[in-house]
Structure formats: structure tokens, C-alpha cells
Design a protein around this ligand. Structure first.
Ligand SMILES: NC(=O)c1ccc[n+]([C@@H]2O[C@H](COP(=O)([O-])OP(=O)(O)OC[C@H]3O[C@@H](n4cnc5c(N)ncnc54)[C@H](OP(=O)(O)O)[C@@H]3O)[C@@H](O)[C@H]2O)c1
Length: 276
């Protein structure tokens, strides 16, 4: 076990928060970093990079989601290695292509080429989008879930599993040089998702599938920015065409156990009251 602090970027986000709390529970010294985190870290302000890295032995990387994310990850990974970081774990994604045509892969390549021991996490859609993303959660609270994914299906992955894999890669041997594709154990349509959440909460939640143009109008009327709506339509289109409708074995390979089922996520989350 590394005795040096472990830097967690994106420490306020869906996975970073969970990685942080697990590392703390396991007794590791951690540094929680993001724009709003206790250690201020901003991908757009390089003055914040070195103080965040100081003395760290490993780092969990969540990129900026901006068009220059890969270049920033490359510079940051180089700096990390120069300051003594030995392990880098990157949160990436399944091999999608972002709207401007730039692949996600350049950030992965940057980490692979950094000289650190690297592990890359390639998750599919997080289950937690339905409870921790304000737009999706808001729809569920309103009692009507609108989506343009047709009859497509997706193997939603539990962020708890992503965090388990991240912590294993940050703290245990045997994960260096591995890219783990992470999915849940079951393919679900968005209608299935809404049905499971409605049943678990005892609430009446309608599922309204719409074509992309109608989804655009709906999301814009809800106040989402135009470029974000375009991204959502792209992602929804990929679900509709079943681009990622396959189960992967990353959780099994990394942890030697099956991934959590979507029903576990729904049961746990319904009990917190976030859908009421
Ligand atoms: N959600 C999914 O279904 C999904 C699926 C596959 C892959 N991914 C990938 O996972 C990554 C994170 O997505 P997410 O849904 O987990 O997002 P999230 O929950 O919003 O977390 C993003 C984190 O990054 C931090 N952050 C954002 N901009 C930053 C900046 N300029 N400088 C420093 N920190 C910044 C945020 O904290 P502050 O606001 O405090 O800075 C937050 O902690 C993305 O790269 C995404 O492509 C997501």
C-alpha cells in the first residue's frame, strides 16, 4: 500500500466522490481535488496543478470534458510523473467519438505514454445519471421521462463498481497496463429503466419516447444549452442504434466478481428518497 497521498480529481463527481470515500475508509491519505473541492484544481488553471500533485504517489484522473481535454491530460500526466506520481488511473469511456470528431482515445494514449503505471477505465452509461444528473432526475421527479433512444438498450453500469475498480487499480498490484471496459450485467431500454424506478418508488412515472427533433425542442425548453442538447441527441442515437449494447467483463477481470445489477442501484437509491 502506497504511503504517499492519493490525488483524486473530479472529487465532487459521480465516481470521484465514491473513490474518495473508499480510499478514506481503507485508511489512505487522500487529496480531494476539483474546482469546488477542498484542494482547488482547475484543468483551465495550470497554477492549480502542481500544488495538487505535490507528494502524491498515485492519481485518479477525471478529464475536463472540454475539446482540449486530451492535451490537458497529456500535460498533466507528464507533470505528474515528473513530480513523482507512480500510478495513474484514467476515467475514460467506451470507444465513442465526441461531436467535433476527436476521439476519446487521445487522453488514453497520453496516459499510456506518460511513463507511469497506468490503468484505464472504460465505462458505459452510469446508472447514477438517473439520480445525480439534475436533468434526468428532474424528469423522474416531474413524473414524465422523455427520451429519444427508440427501442435501444444499454448495459448501465453502477458508479459503485467503477469506484471499486478505480480503488483496486490505485492501491493494489496487478492492474497496471489494463484497460477495463465496465458495464452492468443486463441490457435495459429506457422504458425498462423508468419502469424499475417507478415500481421501486411506488410512483406513477410515464415514459415518453420521442424522435430526436422533439427531444431537442423538449430539452431546450427545459433550459439545456444547445450544444449539450446536441451531445445528448448523439448519445441517445448511439443507444438507439445499439452501438454499446454488449456486456463487457471489466468488473469481473478487475475484481473477480460480477457487476452490481441495475435493480440493486434502484433499490438502494429509491431508499434515499431522491426520487420523491
Ligand atoms: N456519466 C456517464 O454516464 C459517463 C459514462 C461514461 C464515461 N463518462 C465520463 O466520465 C467523466 C465524468 O463524467 P461524470 O458524469 O462522472 O461527471 P460529473 O459527475 O459531473 O463529475 C465531473 C467532475 O469533474 C470536475 N470538473 C469538471 N470540470 C472541471 C475543471 N475544469 N477542472 C477541474 N475539475 C473539473 C467536477 O467538479 P467541480 O465542478 O467541483 O470542478 C466533477 O467533480 C467524463 O469524462 C465522461 O465522459 C461518463
Amino acid at each position: 500500500m502506497t504511503t504517499k497521498p492519493i490525488l483524486v480529481l473530479g472529487s465532487t463527481g459521480k465516481t470521484g466522490r465514491r473513490v474518495l470515500s473508499r480510499l478514506r475508509q481503507h485508511g489512505h491519505e487522500v487529496r480531494a481535488a476539483s474546482r469546488k473541492g477542498p484542494t482547488r484544481f482547475d484543468w483551465n488553471d495550470r497554477n492549480t496543478w502542481e500544488p495538487a500533485l505535490e507528494g502524491a504517489g498515485a492519481a485518479y484522473l477525471v478529464d475536463s470534458q472540454q475539446s482540449d481535454a486530451a492535451a490537458s491530460v497529456r500535460s498533466f500526466a507528464e507533470l505528474a510523473v515528473a513530480t513523482g506520481v507512480e500510478r495513474l488511473v484514467l476515467l475514460s469511456a467506451r470507444d465513442w467519438v465526441v461531436p467535433d470528431g476527436e476521439e476519446k482515445l487521445p487522453a488514453e494514449r497520453a496516459v499510456r505514454e506518460s511513463g507511469a503505471q497506468w490503468t484505464i477505465l472504460k465505462p458505459t452509461w452510469f446508472a447514477q445519471n438517473f439520480s445525480e444528473d439534475p436533468f434526468y432526475r428532474g424528469q423522474l421527479l416531474d413524473g414524465e421521462f422523455v427520451m429519444s433512444t427508440g427501442d435501444g438498450v444499454e448495459p448501465f453500469v453502477d458508479a459503485e463498481d467503477i469506484a471499486d475498480v478505480a480503488v483496486a487499480a490505485l492501491t493494489e498490484d496487478g492492474h497496471g497496463g489494463q484497460a477495463y471496459e465496465l458495464t452492468g450485467p443486463r441490457l435495459l431500454s429506457l422504458g425498462d429503466v423508468v419502469g424499475e424506478i417507478a415500481r421501486a418508488t411506488g410512483r406513477d412515472i410515464a415514459y415518453r419516447p420521442v424522435p430526436p427533433e422533439e427531444y431537442t425542442a423538449y430539452a431546450l425548453a427545459k433550459g439545456l444549452p444547445e450544444d449539450y442538447v446536441a451531445l445528448l441527441n448523439l448519445l441517445n442515437g448511439w443507444i438507439e442504434e445499439r452501438r454499446f449494447a454488449t456486456l463487457a467483463d471489466g468488473v469481473q477481470r478487475a475484481l473477480g466478481r460480477e457487476p452490481r445489477d441495475f435493480a440493486d442501484y434502484v433499490r438502494r437509491t429509491a431508499a434515499t428518497g431522491v426520487w420523491h
